[in-house]
Unconditional design. Sequence first.
Length: 95
Amino acid sequence: MSERSVSPPDIGPSDDRTPLRTPAVALGDLTESQKMLTEQAESFAQDDDDVGCIQELQMKLELSDTTLVQNSYTSIPRPPYAEVKHYLENLLNRG
């Protein structure tokens, strides 16, 4: 079996996130699960603010019921309001 190694993926100049901090590792020293996680590292969130975006993803949803549903507005409870507001402002500022 030949020895392979994996380096962190290059996110590219169009992405303002910092590159993944995955060190280059020799795959021979890892279990099968660790190898899979290392190879697919770019699929996972990099930090708590990484909500992800798949530009190419298109879905066709077939509904079995065409009845429209209207829900009333649900406000955010007072205790987490400031935290939620800060989180949403950060998302908007990041684009």
